[in-house]
Design a protein around this ligand. Structure first.
Ligand code: NAP
Length: 468
């Protein structure tokens, strides 16, 4: 190993979700003498693996075993309960680290931009997902599930599928998972009998994974209902599916076309998949959502031949009690970090942060994951994405274009500011505590849902120092 490889190399990663861990892993594998500090504003790690992945998808959550191994690297530290922009400025990070990696994901959601979006009963899927997953930002939200019979979900992605499944599954399906206790209580009183999925494009362009819709069809009380007319492919989609369609899209179409002849089915609950329709107005009574006005769409090829929805002069009103927008996440700007407001991401060229689109590179600043490329892809997608950014970091390090930190350990600054840093050992104690409490309740985990309760519990679990 040459001398440069041995030089101190400190990297701050802002965020502790999958892309943050994959960035740390790629850095450790690079062979340099690197120390990686992962920051999170919450006292707990794992981003959307904890706060986004559905509680009945524990096989997906199992990926944290990989992150545990990454965290076991001697150069790794977790600094939870540290909010960048409040406890530390970006300038503070620049004074302590040679390189900074933004991995803060997309914490907000896209707006529909139609009249009535502010009505009671209209929610974003992001809020609902955070709520049932005990995310402190969403723990206090209220969803009137007891009075709801028919619910619309706008969007045809995997988040829409998660929301549909949680609404339609029996509470017993979720009872032994790590779902928030208050969410399980509310779901036990859930009156939802029908969920209508609203796709603005056709079945060939549905963004959900085949196994997600198949999983809903396997729920014992639920029929997947789709009209033969809406799953019949238009000539453009048929040609596009044949030429450019992914296998998953072909499987979706086959599944839906096979379901169509079964009609309404016999089961008490329905997932009704609608295609080529989009909400154009949400109508209420007394400030509450009552119905959604749908406009029908036709597909037209854009310049590269991709079928895009075009509104046509045909409308339909559907009575609904609740509506969830599952039309994608959106990034939230962080103080001191460039932000592309149009795309809702950090502007970058292959992971190197730029001041603005087409602007100069901000040397030493990088991004990974959803804040780099937007809210797309599965968890594993973030591994390749992080490796690509780390490649750029290695090239820049070799070229000497890094930040020039002149301060010692950032924990000194944080302690001076009275920040109670939650480290990895703290998290592991809370992790064990949550699992133990869960076992007592017959669940996989009892998740704490407020920052205060997490910190209080962590403090009681910390070993007492000698003399204290
Ligand atoms: P997504 O996959 O991008 O789906 C968004 C959906 O919203 C698309 O059907 C899109 O239609 C539609 N849409 C967007 N704007 C709309 C509008 N104005 N009106 C009507 N429909 C609109 O996003 P997501 O479901 O939020 O998921 C984000 C990522 O996380 C995805 O990569 C997803 O696979 C992943 N994820 C995976 C799992 C899992 O593996 N179980 C679970 C959850 C999330 P168009 O296609 O026409 O734009």
């Amino acid at each position: 190993m040459d001398a440069a490889q041995n030089e101190a190399w400190n990297v701050a990663v802002v965020g502790s979700g999958p892309s943050a861990f994959y960035a740390a892993e790629a850095l450790f594998k690079s062979g340099g003498n690197v120390r990686v500090d992962l920051f999170d504003r919450l006292p707990v790690p794992f981003g959307l693996v904890r706060g986004g992945v559905a509680p009945d998808h524990q096989n997906i959550k199992g990926v944290v075993k990989v992150y545990d191994k990454i965290a076991a690297n001697p150069g790794f530290r977790f600094l939870g309960n540290v909010r960048i922009g409040r406890d530390l400025a970006i300038a503070d990070l620049a004074a302590h680290y040679h390189q900074i990696v933004y991995a803060f994901g997309c914490e907000s959601d896209q707006k529909l931009g139609v009249a009535g979006e502010e009505l009671a009963g209209v929610h974003s899927a992001t809020e609902f997902v955070g709520w049932y997953n005990a995310h402190p930002d969403h723990r206090d939200r209220k969803f009137d599930l007891a009075r709801a019979k028919r619910v619309a979900i706008v969007g045809n992605g995997n988040v829409a599928m998660d929301v549909a499944r949680v609404l339609l599954a029996s509470p017993e399906h979720l009872a032994t998972t790590d779902i928030a206790d208050y969410a399980l209580d509310a779901l036990r009183r859930n009156g939802v009998r029908e969920v209508i999925l609203l796709g603005r494009r056709g079945p060939a362009q549905a963004a959900f994974s085949p196994k997600e819709i198949e999983e809903i069809a396997e729920l014992p009380d639920v029929d997947v209902v789709v009209s033969p007319a809406e799953v019949a492919l238009d000539p453009l989609s048929a040609a596009w599916l044949e030429k450019d369609g992914a296998r998953s899209q072909q499987r979706n179409v086959k599944f839906l076309q096979e379901r169509a002849p079964a009609g309404e089915g016999q089961r008490p609950k329905k997932l009704r998949c609608r295609f080529l329709v989009g909400p154009t107005e949400l109508q209420g009574e007394g400030g509450r959502l009552r119905r959604v006005r749908l406009q029908h769409m036709a597909l037209v090829a854009d310049t590269d031949g991709t079928p895009r929805p075009k509104a046509i002069d045909r409308f339909e009103d559907v009575e609904v009690d609740l509506l969830f927008k599952a039309i994608g996440y959106r990034g939230v700007p962080v103080d001191g970090v460039p932000f592309d407001d149009k795309k809702g991401i950090v502007p970058n060229v292959d992971g190197r942060v730029v001041e603005k689109n087409g602007g100069a590179v901000r040397a030493g600043h990088y991004c990974v994951g959803w804040c780099k490329r937007g809210p797309t892809g599965l968890i594993g997608t973030n591994s390749l994405d992080a490796k690509a950014t780390v490649e750029a970091m290695l090239v820049d390090r070799a070229a000497g274009t890094m930040l020039r930190p002149d301060r010692a350990d950032v924990t000194t600054l944080l302690a001076g500011r009275g920040v109670d840093i939650v480290d990895w050992a703290d998290w592991k104690r809370l992790d064990a505590w949550e699992q133990e409490k869960g076992r007592e309740k017959g669940k996989l985990r009892h998740k704490l849902a407020t920052i205060e309760s997490m910190l209080q519990t962590i403090r009681t679990l910390r070993p007492r120092r000698a003399g204290s």
